[in-house]
Write a protein that binds this ligand. Structure first.
Ligand code: ATP
Length: 235
């Protein structure tokens, strides 16, 4: 579904991604993990059209997308939940969901999808008329994911969904990702920590200093040693 080949990207003279190869097949949950400054957010920004790569190719569903603006990629079925969640804090939960559904012309299906996300995240139903800025961190993360679902993506990219959340709340967010994947959504998830990813991941990439230091199936990395070595750069 997503094929990234030899992609480099950076900020001025700083090369934050150095010839990265990464693929995501339909139905997979692929995690990209790595320490601070490894290039994880830069990777998502480059795939989602917020940054142009300086080299390499990116294809989504067999079509080249590198350099396309985010709004066009969104219509192609690629949704991004950025770090920091980017919800409208002064709007209500209902209004946040309405804004996200604005690109939809299929009103009945959009209404059905809204019911579905409210079933998936019951807390959003109970806070429906409340201001989004008053939600807890975990609730805001759920709202951000709910907004992305309303775009009907084929693939969702999420930047650090567990950032700043308590362990129990992370469990809830991860459980919702598991349900979305079981319903057919392909996921590319960035996390700084490897702590909770093994149960949900199909495959894992470790990014360090802009390079892919390791790539493997979650089942082959289950004991954690190779992950730790690649993450910290031992050996
Ligand atoms: P974190 O887990 O801390 O969010 P990350 O793996 O997502 O880190 P990036 O945010 O992609 O890393 O940053 C990769 C490199 O690019 C870092 O050296 C960072 O300082 C640099 N960088 C990121 N954003 C900018 C920017 N807007 N301008 C200049 N340099 C940047």
């Amino acid at each position: 579904m997503l094929e990234i080949r030899g992609v480099s990207a950076g900020y001025g003279r700083l090369e934050a991604l150095k010839s990265v190869d990464l693929t995501v097949a339909k139905g997979e949950v692929v995690f990209v993990v790595g320490p601070n400054g490894a290039g994880k957010s830069t990777l998502l920004k480059t795939v989602s059209g917020l940054m142009a790569p300086s080299a390499g190719t990116i294809a989504f569903n067999g079509e080249t997308i590198a350099g396309e603006p985010p709004e066009r990629l969104c219509c192609r079925g690629l949704a991004l939940v950025p770090e920091g969640r980017s919800i409208f804090r002064t709007l209500t939960v209902e209004e946040n969901l309405s804004v996200a559904a604005m690109i939809r012309s299929d009103r009945d299906a959009a209404a059905a999808d809204r019911e579905r996300v409210l079933d998936l995240f019951p807390i959003l139903r109970s806070r429906y008329h409340g201001v989004a800025g008053h939600l807890s961190g975990g609730e805001q993360q759920q709202l951000a994911i709910a907004r992305a679902i309303l775009q009907r993506p084929l693939m969702m990219m999420i930047d650090e969904p567990s950032l700043g959340l308590a362990p129990l709340v992370i469990d809830q967010v991860y459980e919702s990702l598991r349900q979305l994947n079981a319903d057919g959504l392909t996921l590319l998830v960035v996390e700084q920590s490897t702590a909770r990813i093994l149960d949900l991941a199909s495959r894992i990439y470790v990014l360090r200093n802009g390079h892919v230091a390791l790539e493997g199936a979650a089942c082959d990395l289950a004991d954690g040693h190779a992950l730790e070595e690649a993450y910290f750069g031992y050996g």
